[in-house]
Design a protein around this ligand. Structure first.
Ligand code: CA
Length: 516
């Protein structure tokens, strides 16, 4: 073949001619699910056999970092493969500009059938999907209204009765069985609300774990000494900030009488016992921790069951061999570490998110990647690469496909840029950005501070000597050299990713037309 023919080959979607063989993509996504509550990572609190199955038959990534550890922004990064300051969705409450380039649009254009089912959380109507059926906003745990596009192209909202996790799984199975065009490859985003706050378990698991005591993390009683002021000034402690609704001391709203009866049968006696015990001080915090973590784990369990059903269906339908299955969450989470619930920080528990990938024939079963830094920034490029679609130049993430093959490119990223914007905001976590290379981490807190004024303070952690991030070494002269090199790297990354000097002022992209 001559040079011209070869270059034409590169430009034309030759692989699309063999569309039937292009792999299907099943992206399984949860909200706020941390590695500590997934047994392939940490078996100390829960067993998640179906998530583990993806790891056992595929690859587990230990260092999958999110660029901005909060729900909506993480989803916008995944849609676009671009950092928050470029995709315009920098904090919850923004509206995603769906007119911009997204990976589902590019896949759809290349002949893929695209669908998103479950939690969307980007406010604007999904674009680039042949089918969507999504929760309205955060969506409730029971009896959710969901917004879908019908055959006439209209957007309609339907009511449902049941447990949201199960409904999302049922809709996913229904689309796989009867909703799609079997002649086309598909990209399906199966996205749960769970285990987002306020952790309402499904009917099946209301009493599960009642007789167990969940181990407390080493840092549950953190006093925030050794760090700068932000860690001490947040509003996300198990001790003080869980509400009566979070702790299931109030009856939930929006349940049918039958659902409510099952709920009260389970929580009534537990709550009576709690009231009778009249707990105080540390004992009360310990009780709150158990109640909170058990409800969180119960929500995870229903997700795991649903994943099992979907994986079984891929087997039954003969789809498993030609379907890449990805499991991830929008960011990590604190299961009592540092005394917290919630996310947002660049500290390890919320910076890291689970990433499990099964791709028969490409990924060696049982592979583990503990060293390479992967990210939600990479998902768009990866899906395009998997589908044989050229990755546009302006996408900032890299394809993970070489890592799937166990072939880390020589120029793979050695450091990672993080940026959280939402202050003032829920849980009062100061704005911060930083860099990590997996061993050392430099964080800069900036912008408005608690109680007025501005904050301009830094932390530096050495994860080898201080894996729980309890002592900042920023002012330690022994770390001066490391501090300097991290600072240079941080500046380089901010330039590389085109971060404006005052990124907080970056205006979210305006919608060209009003979306419903
Ligand atoms: Ca989230």
């Amino acid at each position: 073949m001559n040079k011209l023919a070869l270059s034409l080959l590169a430009l034309t979607p030759l692989s699309w001619a063999t569309a039937a063989e292009r792999p299907n993509i099943l992206f399984i996504f949860t909200d706020d699910h941390c590695q500590q509550a997934l047994s392939a990572y940490d078996p100390s609190r829960i067993t998640t056999p179906n998530m583990d199955r993806i790891a056992n038959e595929g690859m587990l990534f230990d260092r999958c970092y999110v660029t901005n550890g909060i729900c909506g922004p993480s989803r916008a990064v995944i849609q676009t493969g671009k950092h928050s300051h470029l995709n315009g969705f920098i904090r919850n409450g923004n509206t995603f500009n769906g007119d911009q380039q997204t990976f589902p649009k590019l896949l759809q254009k290349s002949g893929y059938q695209t669908a998103v089912i479950g939690k969307w959380h980007l406010k604007s109507t999904p674009q680039g999907y042949n089918y969507f059926d999504v929760l309205v906003g955060q969506g409730p745990y029971y009896n959710p209204p969901m917004k879908t596009n019908n055959d006439a192209g209209e957007v309609v909202t339907n009511k449902h009765v049941g447990y949201t996790t199960d409904i999302i799984t049922d809709k996913t199975l229904a689309w796989l069985k009867d909703g799609r065009d079997p002649k086309k490859p598909f990209m399906l985003m199966y996205q749960h609300k769970a285990p987002h706050r306020n952790w309402q378990p499904g009917p099946k698991y209301l009493n599960w774990l009642d007789d167990k005591t969940i181990p407390e993390p080493k840092t549950l009683w953190d006093d925030y000494e050794g760090r700068e002021s932000p860690a001490a000034n947040q509003a996300m402690t198990v001790a003080k900030h869980l509400s009566a609704n979070d702790l299931k001391l109030n009856q939930p709203r929006g349940l049918t009488s039958e659902q409510l009866k099952a709920w009260n049968t389970a929580y009534g006696p537990k709550n009576e016992a709690f009231k009778a015990a009249k707990l105080e001080g540390k004992e009360l915090v310990k009780w709150k921790y158990q109640r909170y973590v058990k409800d969180y784990l119960r929500c995870v369990k229903s997700v795991d069951d649903g994943i099992g059903e979907v994986l079984d269906y891929l087997d039954e339908a003969g789809l498993a061999d030609n379907t890449i299955v990805i499991y991830s969450s929008d960011q990590g989470w604190y299961l009592g570490e540092h005394g917290w619930f919630d996310k947002r920080w660049m500290y390890e528990e919320s910076l890291k998110t689970p990433l499990l990938v099964r791709w028969p024939g490409t990924i060696k079963p049982g592979s583990v990647n503990r060293t390479d830094i992967a990210s939600n920034l990479d998902f768009a490029s990866t899906f395009l690469d998997v589908a044989g679609v050229p990755v546009p130049e302006d996408i900032q993430g890299a394809s993970l496909v070489p890592l799937f093959k166990g072939e880390t490119p020589a120029d793979w990223r050695k450091s990672f840029y993080y940026h959280y914007y939402e202050f003032p905001g829920a849980h009062s976590v100061n704005r911060h950005y930083g860099v990590t290379n997996g061993r050392h981490k430099l964080i800069h807190y900036y912008g408005p501070n608690h109680g007025g004024g501005e904050i301009d303070t830094w932390e530096l952690f050495d994860l080898k000597t201080d894996p729980y991030e309890l002592k900042s070494e920023f002012k330690n002269p022994e770390y001066a050299k490391i501090r300097k090199s991290l600072d240079i790297e941080l500046k380089r990354l901010r330039e590389h990713y085109e971060v404006p000097e005052d990124a907080q002022q970056a205006k979210p992209n305006k919608q060209k037309k009003k979306q419903t």
